[in-house]
Design a protein around this ligand. Structure first.
Ligand code: ADP
Ligand code: MG
Length: 223
């Protein structure tokens, strides 16, 4: 579903991402683990087409992101590290606004209701985003990423700043969405406790390079 080949990014003379290659199969949850500065956000911004690579390619469902960015981007829902929330809007107004912005071609009311149901924010629909807890704001960010039913969801440090309960709730939501909707999920984290429990497959990255990969059991049983 997602194929990353020899991806490299320089910021001036800084090599932030160094020849990374990997593939993610349909319906898989991929965990991207590494410390701050490892190159996770840079990689995700290249996968989503928000940043061009210095070299290398990203193919989403057979469609290369730089060849056909509009088509490839329509297959991706993205929750960046800092969620793009308009905090003075209500949850519902915000999702309606993002629905229009993304030019989603589905029945508006039904689809927004469905996305709020999947992310369990239906009861928050008329609340102003800035009055919500961090956990609920993250769910609104996730709801925004799900608009248009993209087959791939990319989440950059979705659990940062959440308490353990919030982490567990968000991860269970993601697993449900993955299992029920067949969505492919790529999430990054610097939290070693989150990835092993909830990912099907893990890539560990540092200094822009892949250090190791495997199932959580394989990666974390190695000394
Ligand atoms: P992570 O998300 O894993 O914390 P990043 O992808 O944000 O890592 O950063 C990787 C490296 O690239 C770091 O050394 C960071 O300082 C550098 N970097 C990130 N964004 C920029 C930028 N816009 N300009 C210059 N350097 C950057
Ligand atoms: Mg980051």
């Amino acid at each position: 579903m997602v194929e990353v080949k020899n991806l490299t990014k320089f910021y001036g003379s800084i090599k932030a991402v160094d020849d990374i290659s990997f593939t993610v199969e349909t319906g898989e949850v991929l965990g991207f683990l590494g410390p701050n500065g490892a190159g996770k956000s840079t990689t995700m911004n290249m996968i989503t087409g928000y940043l061009s690579s210095t070299s290398g390619t990203v193919t989403i469902d057979g469609c290369e992101i730089l060849d056909d960015p509009i088509h490839a981007k329509s297959k991706i829902g993205y929750l960046p590290e800092i969620p793009p929330l308009y905090i003075d809007m209500t949850v519902k107004k915000y999702l309606e606004f993002m629905f229009d912005l993304k030019k989603v071609k589905l029945p508006k009311k039904e689809h927004i209701d469905e996305v709020m149901r999947l992310t369990k924010i239906t009861e928050q629909a008329d609340r102003i985003i800035k009055h919500l807890s961090k956990g609920y704001r993250q769910r609104v960010g996730l709801a925004q990423a799900l608009l248009g039913n993209p087959p791939v969801i990319i989440l950059d440090e979705p659990t940062a700043g959440l308490d353990p309960m919030g982490v567990s709730e968000l991860m269970h939501l993601l697993r449900d969405i993955c299992e029920n909707e067949g969505t492919t999920i790529i999430m990054s984290t610097h939290d070693i406790d989150v990835v092993p429990i909830y990912s099907d497959y893990v890539y560990v990255i540092n200094h822009g390079k892949l250090l190791t990969d495997g199932t959580p059991e394989e990666v974390f049983s190695n000394p």
